[in-house]
Write a protein that binds this ligand. Structure first.
Ligand code: RB5
Length: 146
């Protein structure tokens, strides 16, 4: 699996920790930044991560900011993106099984490294159920984009 990851300055350390976990799990990770503590705008990072998914360069994305809120809102403005802000493992699993989320958002000032890595693990290991009712609802979400 190929994953593109990005964060604003509020979650750079968490991004490094998640990257380490993904690389150890033999996942191909693309990091679009940011790489330091200087303030950046999270919509710019959301755009970079999501464009990798829309172009097919990556199958999934992980976006991080201080709370995960701003960057998830930004990602969800982009057509074709279903971004789930998850602070727990159950939500992460459901976001894949029911919503076929292609982007995971988390907050670097909300979650500790351990819980965040558990969330990522659950999210990458869970497949979309493919159930008719979930497909129908996702279709309705897609219809809202136009
Ligand atoms: C940046 O200070 C902060 O606003 C951002 O990381 C995020 O929490 C926004 O939702």
């Amino acid at each position: 699996m190929k994953i593109t990851i990005g964060s604003d300055h509020g979650a750079v350390d968490l991004k490094e920790e998640i990257k380490k976990f993904l690389q150890e799990s033999k996942i191909d990770v693309q990091d679009v930044g940011t790489f330091g503590n200087e303030s950046v705008d999270y919509p710019d990072i959301a755009e970079k991560v999501c464009s990798d998914i829309l172009s097919g360069k990556s199958e999934r994305g992980i976006v991080l900011c201080g709370t995960g809120i701003g960057i998830s809102i930004a990602a969800n403005k982009i057509k074709g993106i279903r971004c789930a802000l998850c602070n727990d493992v159950y939500s992460a699993k459901m976001s894949r099984e029911h919503n076929n989320a292609n982007v995971l958002a988390m907050g670097g000032r909300v979650l500790g490294f351990g819980p965040a890595v558990e969330i990522v693990k659950a999210w990458i290991e869970t497949e979309f159920s493919g159930d008719e009712r979930h497909n129908r609802r996702i279709g309705k979400i897609t219809a809202l984009e136009s």
